[in-house]
Design a protein around this ligand. Structure first.
Ligand SMILES: C[S@@+](CC[C@H](N)C(=O)[O-])C[C@H]1O[C@@H](n2cnc3c(N)ncnc32)[C@H](O)[C@@H]1O
Length: 216
């Protein structure tokens, strides 16, 4: 098995195992995070209603549903069939599909927008150029990208969450480094937002949000 297959298998196994726990614990995690909704709203405004958007690593579909509520035509895509099962159950009117962000089942230039909401966090550093290259490939010229991730340096290893027999690394990243990698992939950075950890909601590190576009 290659290193890429290793971390994809570990990620899929982890989320297939904890999908119902995750759904029960996080529910609608955007409901009480107003800044996050503002950033998704700004993204939706930039995209407009003319093209398709993908929520990559959509998990249980929380951001997918929010984007749809803002009028976007959105497809949720995830590695984990169990997370997709929850997404389809909770949001029966929306479109979801299975696939890897590193090898997207989408044509070049197919999308007006890509959202990756806390889904780059399991991709090892060495695979990020390929990942951002895929985001760039599937976006049309002028297309929009919004990333959310935990800011920081050291990864967090979650071992046996909710008592389940799985382990996975959650990478925290320096926003400046992510911005450099986006530029290397051909994106133009539009905004970088970092908010403090919302400890009341279980966050232990600041949260980072990068908006970028693929130059026309
Ligand atoms: C922390 S959860 C976030 C889920 C969702 N975006 C949300 O905000 O609730 C990370 C999700 O990213 C997915 N994921 C991670 N790496 C992926 C990849 N390479 N391709 C597709 N999905 C991936 C996982 O399966 C998981 O559902």
């Amino acid at each position: 098995m290659t290193d890429t297959e290793d971390f994809l298998t570990a990620t899929r196994t982890f989320y297939d195992t904890v999908a119902e726990d995750y759904a029960g614990h996080f529910g609608d995690h955007l409901a009480d995070r107003p800044l996050d909704r503002v950033l998704l709203g700004g993204f939706a405004e930039r995209v407009g209603t003319g093209g398709s958007v993908a929520d990559l690593g959509c998990g249980t579909g929380v951001a997918t549903a929010h984007l749809a509520s803002l009028g976007l035509s959105v497809l949720g895509l995830d590695l984990s069939m169990a997370m997709l099962g929850v997404a389809r159950r909770e949001h029966p009117g929306l479109r979801f599909g299975q696939g890897s962000m590193l090898d997207l089942p989408l044509a070049d230039g197919a999308l007006a927008g890509v959202v990756s909401w806390y889904s780059i966090i399991h991709t090892p550093d060495g695979e990020l150029p390929r990942l951002f290259g895929e985001f760039h490939r599937v976006l049309a010229p002028g297309g929009h990208l919004l990333l959310a991730f935990q800011a920081g340096e050291a990864p967090l290893r979650l071992d046996r969450p909710w008592g389940r027999p799985v382990v996975l690394d959650f990478h925290r990243r320096r926003p400046d480094r992510m911005a450099e990698l986006l530029a290397d992939a051909g994106f133009a950075l539009g905004s970088r937002t970092v908010r403090p950890a919302d400890e009341a909601r279980g966050e232990s590190v600041p949260q980072a949000f990068l908006y970028a576009h693929k130059p026309a």
